[in-house]
Design a binder for this molecule. Structure first.
Ligand code: NDP
Length: 322
């Protein structure tokens, strides 16, 4: 006679006990991000008890007027307002020069009421601007997107205390934590090595003690690499690149991809898919994030988390200095 735990486990394993395999557990970013936002609301209220009138301050600096950026910024402003963060949207025209953008960054760096500054990317400027130069002008303590070379360097060396983490990878880690799957000792595969997602994701998994394989566009035999993953993070920006058949049975799959594909059945003529082919992966994975409603909502939540964390640090320093 099998124990209840063993029978439940069997439900998850293909062919075991003669039954068909159950679907993967869906890891919801909508639910997890709501929990994070509620926790942060509580943090802001606690700050105000400690220091009446104190509010975490965030500035979103935008150059130009891209539609997608406007959409992302409005969702950040909404999330900030809901939590009690004092968020300001500073908009520079497309004609802004690099020197003007740098001056705006410096002004925010020097404003003690602002604890977090993000520069909305990509910059929509008429003249070329060195994006990394602008990012690196952000004071590391206010770099709530975690993209300055200082914060990226700290992360790559495993100096996580005092380091602000990039929001999407940090959101992925939060989703992994929600599953209860321990990362230490597992084999993790990350597809993509961008500064914003892939590289910091690799670092976070490494310093959470996984053994990490980092894949990119020159990787040979991606299916073979993926088949060895206990934890897979896909961040390639290629619609449904990863097929369910590639996955190790029971793998934890985090899909960062946001890709639009044509779909005549939708009024818009398109639909959103991830970098993982969801229907086939769902048959084989142990856990999977949906697209939409997976990693996406976590990114904004972790931006808010970084802003509140940065404000706490300032508040604690000012109270210790009294
Ligand atoms: P980039 O285009 O900057 O990087 C893509 C990475 O994937 C590169 O490292 C590239 O390799 C690699 N890659 C591309 N094609 C393949 C392939 N066929 N096999 C293996 N590796 C490949 O994208 P981002 O990192 O900015 O974003 C990745 C995805 O995540 C996108 O879909 C994006 O929309 C999404 N995203 C989602 C966010 C969210 O909030 N959910 C936030 C940010 C991004 P190489 O380095 O060799 O070129």
């Amino acid at each position: 006679m099998l124990s209840l735990a063993a029978r439940l486990l069997c439900l998850r394993v293909s062919g075991c006990c003669g039954g068909s395999r159950s679907m993967a557990t869906v890891v919801s970013g909508n639910k997890t991000s709501k929990l994070v936002r509620e926790r942060l609301q509580g943090d802001v209220l606690r700050m105000q008890v400690q220091a009446p009138g104190f509010r975490p301050g965030l500035v979103v600096l935008q150059v130009g007027d891209r539609d997608d950026s406007n959409l992302y910024i409005s969702s950040k402003m909404r999330a900030a307002a809901e939590i009690g963060i004092d968020a300001r949207h500073v908009r520079l025209p497309r004609s802004a020069t690099e020197a003007e953008v740098l001056r705006s960054v410096q002004a925010v760096n020097q404003n003690p009421a602002v604890h977090g500054l993000i520069v909305q990317l990509p910059l929509d400027a008429a003249e070329p601007i060195d994006t990394q130069n602008v990012i690196d002008a952000i004071a590391p303590a206010k770099d709530v997107d975690g993209l300055t070379s200082v914060n990226a360097g700290r992360l790559s060396r495993g100096e996580l205390a005092g380091c602000l983490l990039p929001c999407t990878p940090s959101g992925c880690m939060e989703l992994i934590r929600q599953t209860g799957v321990s990362v230490a000792g597992k084999h993790a595969v990350v597809i993509g090595r961008s500064k914003i997602v892939g590289a910091p994701m690799r670092d976070l998994l490494l310093w959470s003690h996984a053994t990490v394989t980092s894949c990119h566009s020159r990787t040979h035999d991606l299916p073979e690499q993926v088949s060895r993953a206990d934890i897979l993070v896909a961040a390639a920006g290629k619609a449904e690149l990863v097929r369910g058949e590639w996955l190790k049975e029971g793998a934890l799959v985090i899909d960062c991809g946001i890709n639009h594909v044509a779909d005549e059945t939708k009024p818009s003529g398109k639909r959103l898919v991830g970098d993982v082919h969801y229907a086939s992966a769902n048959q084989r994975a142990g856990y999977i994030t949906p697209v939409p409603g997976g990693v996406g909502p976590m990114t904004v939540a972790m931006l808010m988390e970084n802003t509140v964390q940065s404000a706490w640090r300032v508040l604690q320093q000012s109270q210790a200095g009294r």
